[in-house]
Design a protein around this ligand. Structure first.
Ligand code: FE2
Ligand code: FE2
Length: 293
């Protein structure tokens, strides 16, 4: 029997907070309306301030193997840890606070409310608003002691060659799958255009929440949840050879969602208590009274 790899605290938590990953995504994909500041930050991309993010990707790319993903699926997709109402799960998620940068960091609930409120302000259907509200709920994985790089970070297919469009691609040299002939060809274990439903993605909050919600939301919503961190596809089209026509259609929704996730930070933080009745109604309309984590 294989013994599970034990990670040190440093290996589990290379980032001061998991928001550092999303701040980094924002530098990579700046909002077009705000290019000046973003370009400036981009020039500093390789500066020492980015070392924690670099270390985060080194660990992510080294350890997210096909076998690791299958183990995490077996471990977490039984949903046998906790049972609670969705709003309660949000409050649980919000216990994940980090005091590294109290001035600028929003708590998790505020990011979710801002994303959802921006979607609502643009007049989108209510299931799209609800998707914005819950899309990062899977980050509760952190509260179960999971390494940061197995909760957040760009996701990518495992079981086939890693695209050089994935950020810090060079770190895949340390991933055993890169030298495994089963997994290191263009298609690996997959067939051309087999559809993403047949593809295993690196493990994280996206897949975990998708599996939790798959019976309750429209398919467009489920694609947004499942693939919102798959930047090498929704921004770079690096895995067109695995997508089928249906994926291509549905990815329009993933692309529609992404700006709300990245660019909805507003100077006026939402007041959770005021918004709670609206979101409780939305939750009750689509989701069961309690969810299992
Ligand atoms: Fe996310
Ligand atoms: Fe998010």
């Amino acid at each position: 029997m294989k013994t599970k790899v034990q990670f040190t605290e440093e290996e589990k938590n290379p980032l001061q907070s998991i928001e550092e990953w999303e701040d980094d995504v924002l530098i990579r994909y700046p909002e077009e309306a705000a290019p000046a500041r973003a370009k400036e930050e981009y020039r500093n991309y390789e500066n020492p301030g980015r070392d924690t993010v670099r270390e985060f990707y080194r660990l992510n790319h080294k350890y997210q193997t096909y076998d690791f993903v299958r183990e995490k699926q077996a471990e977490f997709l039984q949903f046998n840890r906790e049972e609670m109402p969705v709003w309660g799960a949000m409050e649980f998620l919000n216990t994940l606070v980090d005091d590294s940068d109290p001035d600028i960091d929003l708590d998790q609930l505020q990011h979710l409310l801002q994303t959802a409120e921006a979607i609502r302000a643009d007049g989108h259907p209510d299931w799209f608003v609800l998707t914005g509200f819950i899309h990062d709920m899977g980050k509760v994985l952190c509260l179960f002691g999971e390494p940061q790089w197995a909760v957040v970070g760009d996701t990518f297919p495992v079981g086939c060659r890693h695209s050089d469009k994935i950020v810090y691609h060079e770190f895949f040299a340390d991933n055993p799958d890169s030298t495994d002939p089963r997994y290191n060809t263009k298609y690996g274990i997959y067939e051309p255009n087999c559809g993403l439903k047949n593809v295993h993605m690196s493990w994280g909050h996206d897949e975990y929440l998708y599996q939790m919600m798959k019976d309750y939301l429209p398919e467009e919503a489920l694609y947004m949840i499942r693939y919102h961190s798959f930047y090498s596809q929704h921004r770079e089209n690096a895995y067109d050879h695995l997508l089928d026509d249906h994926d291509r259609e549905m990815f329009e929704w993933v692309r529609k969602f992404n700006p709300y996730d990245l660019y909805s930070k507003s100077p006026k933080p939402p007041v959770a208590s005021e918004l709670k009745p609206y979101y409780e109604d939305l939750i009750a309309k689509y989701l069961p009274a309690t969810v299992c984590l």
